[in-house]
Structure formats: structure tokens, C-alpha cells
Write a protein that binds this ligand. Structure first.
Ligand SMILES: CC(C)(COP(=O)(O)OP(=O)(O)OC[C@H]1O[C@@H](n2cnc3c(N)ncnc32)[C@H](O)[C@@H]1OP(=O)(O)O)[C@@H](O)C(=O)NCCC(=O)NCCS
Length: 313
């Protein structure tokens, strides 16, 4: 189902670029110095980038996707730097339409890969990227942007998963054709234990020794709510998730889906063993984690976490 009043099209001129600057302010609440300027957008689009906008007749631009030309492993690809939809226009399929249009445009240019980064703590974004679009992640970039002015980042380290969207893979083609991906039937091992304590979700330290074909890593369903409620707990969660991904990626797993947590209010990353060798950089998060974020004793058992039932999917 799509939003019929919204048209997705390529950027046209300076007014569109200026509108994308305003959208950045509204969506991320960034300071002016951290906003990608109209001039920078124009230059990178000229040099092979792609800026698509979502437009309504009455309200003008309500969203955009922006990617720039990138290069890795000897091939050109698109790195999608921003996807934004105004709050009032969310949950209507606009973000997904912008991404599928981005895929079409990239394929038309002969590109087979789009990458982007996303906050591993944001369940909604993870579901969009992994479940609805069919991207996979097998690398975590610890504190990629450092401290930013974005209200969405809550003053926390900016850990990011790197999403790889193989545009012509069978799974992505199936999803592009509107067919849901078949859920894996492999047995799963939970690598963290999560429970409610005082209305908030707390997690144990993750297991780091495992060999199951499929892993589940639980995260809170509503990250913003947890950050606002208990900043210290949010920071603990971030460290736990960072260590869990570092261990899994170093063992050759990839994050392929985000599912509802069985019998719990959180959401679960599904990690599967991939046949290719783990990325050379896959263990980076682990090393950096140890040097930057000392392990803290789990609070599971001593206190409670995210509000019961909030945001459960
Ligand atoms: C991430 C973001 C771009 C998603 O945009 P969006 O337009 O809300 O995304 P969509 O509507 O396409 O998809 C979101 C959900 O709506 C559902 N949906 C899609 N079409 C729908 C429709 N017609 N009616 C109702 N729901 C619909 C999707 O299935 C998805 O559901 P799920 O989260 O329960 O799995 C938006 O939330 C945003 O701007 N966030 C802040 C910035 C950000 O985090 N950007 C990404 C990192 S750069």
C-alpha cells in the first residue's frame, strides 16, 4: 500500500535543495554547521550522487533520500547518506518508496550495491532496512560521527551498522516485487537475556562464544523513550549491543532481519552465518569497544527498564 498523494521524483533545482536543508533541520534537529548544505548536495549530485524527493501538491517536499558516489572493493556504488520523512508523513510507505526508487535509479546507472549506515538501537530503522528492503549488515562502525548536535542521537556515541543492499540479489528482487522474504527455519540461540525491571528493559552481557546457525540479539523496541527515561541505562544498552555485534561479526555472522521478540517487549536482530569469510574490518568494533567502553556489570536483576508494553511489535 502506498500514499497516493505523494510523488517521488529526482531533485530539480535550487529550491528543492534548499527544501532538503530545511528537512534536515526538522528531522534531525542538527545545528547549521552539521547540516549538509545545498552547495554540498549540488556538488555531490553533479558528481554522480542521487537525490530523490517525495513531494505533495499541498505541502511541497515531505521527504528525501540522498546518496553520493562511492567506491569499494574495486567497484563503484552509491552510499546513501540520508533518508528523511517529516514526522506527519511517516508510516505511510513514503520512506520505502524513496528507497525503492533509489534502487531503480542505481540499477539504471549500472550499480549493483547501495550502502548506508544506521543506528543499531533503532528497531524501526532496522526493520525497514533489513526486513522490508533486504539489506544485510556485517560490520559495526563504533562512534562513526563522534558527538553530534542531532536531537536523535541523545548525546550518545554514534555507533552505526553498515547496511549493504545488493540490488540484484534474489532476496531484494523478491522484496521489490512485493513478495515477503521466507523466514529462516534454523534453530536460534539468544545471545542476550532481557527482562523488565521497574518498567524498563535491561539486558545481560551478551554471550560471545557461540556456534549456532542463527542468533537472536534483543534490543528495546522504543529507543527514544529509553534514552529519555534513563540515559545511563541507554548507554549501557549501547555497549552491550556493540559488544554483541562485534563478537558475531568476527565469527562470520550477518544481521539479516529484525523480528518481534518472542514473549518480550523488545525486538530481535536475527543473525545468520554467512558463507563468505568475515569482513577484515568486522572485529573493529570489538577492539574499539574494549578501549573506549569498559564493560559494566549488567543491571539485569537489580533494576527494571523500558516501560512495559511500550512499542511492542
Ligand atoms: C526512517 C524513516 C525515513 C522511515 O520513513 P517512513 O516513511 O515512516 O517509512 P515507511 O512508512 O515507508 O515504513 C515504516 C513503516 O510503515 C509501514 N508502512 C508502509 N506503508 C504503509 C502504509 N501505506 N500505511 C501504513 N504503514 C505503512 C512499513 O511497513 C513500516 O512498518 P514497520 O516499521 O512496522 O515494519 C523516518 O522514520 C525518518 O525520517 N526517521 C528519522 C530520520 C532517520 O532515522 N533516517 C534514517 C537514517 S539516515
Amino acid at each position: 500500500m502506498t500514499e497516493p498523494d505523494v510523488a517521488v521524483r529526482a531533485v530539480r533545482g535550487r529550491a528543492d535543495y534548499d527544501a532538503c536543508v530545511s528537512l534536515q533541520r526538522e528531522v534531525w534537529g542538527l545545528s547549521d554547521l552539521e547540516i549538509t548544505s545545498a552547495i554540498q548536495l549540488i556538488a555531490t549530485v553533479h558528481a554522480g550522487g542521487l537525490l530523490l524527493v517525495a513531494e505533495t501538491a499541498r505541502e511541497g517536499l515531505v521527504g528525501f533520500s540522498y546518496g553520493f558516489a562511492a567506491w569499494s572493493d574495486g567497484a563503484a556504488h552509491l552510499h546513501s547518506d540520508m533518508l528523511a520523512v517529516l514526522p506527519a508523513w511517516r508510516e505511510r510507505g513514503v520512506g520505502l518508496r524513496l528507497k525503492w526508487a533509489q534502487r531503480e535509479a542505481a540499477l539504471a546507472r549500472g550499480l549493483a550495491l547501495v550502502t548506508w549506515t544506521f543506528d543499531p538501537m533503532r528497531a524501526k530503522n532496522a526493520r525497514l532496512n533489513l526486513r522490508h528492503l533486504g539489506a544485510v549488515a556485517r560490520e559495526l562502525l563504533p562512534d562513526l560521527y563522534g558527538h553530534t548536535s542531532s536531537a536523535l542521537h541523545h548525546g550518545l556515541p554514534t555507533d552505526r551498522l553498515l547496511a549493504r543492499w545488493e540490488l540484484a540479489s534474489p532476496r531484494v528482487k523478491r522484496l521489490a516485487a512485493g513478495k515477503a522474504g521466507a523466514p529462516s527455519s534454523s534453530r536460534s540461540l539468544r545471545i542476550n537475556d532481557v527482562r523488565l525491571h521497574g518498567g524498563l528493559l535491561v539486558s545481560s552481557e551478551p554471550r560471545v562464544e557461540f556456534d549456532a546457525p542463527r542468533l537472536l540479539l534483543e534490543i528495546p523496541a522504543d529507543w527514544d523513550a529509553l534514552c529519555l527515561e534513563d540515559a545511563g541505562l541507554a548507554r549501557e544498552w549501547q555497549g552491550i549491543v556493540r559488544r554483541a555485534f562485534a563478537a558475531a561479526f568476527a565469527r562470520g555472522y550477518a544481521a539479516v532481519d529484525l523480528a518481534a521478540a518472542p514473549d518480550a517487549p523488545g525486538a530481535c536482530y536475527v543473525l545468520e552465518r554467512v558463507t563468505r569469510r568475515p569482513s577484515r574490518r568486522a572485529g573493529r568494533g570489538r577492539t574499539t569497544t574494549r578501549s573506549r567502553t569498559p564493560r559494566r556489570a549488567s543491571r539485569a536483576g537489580r533494576r527494571d527498564t523500558t516501560r512495559a508494553g511500550r512499542g511492542r511489535r
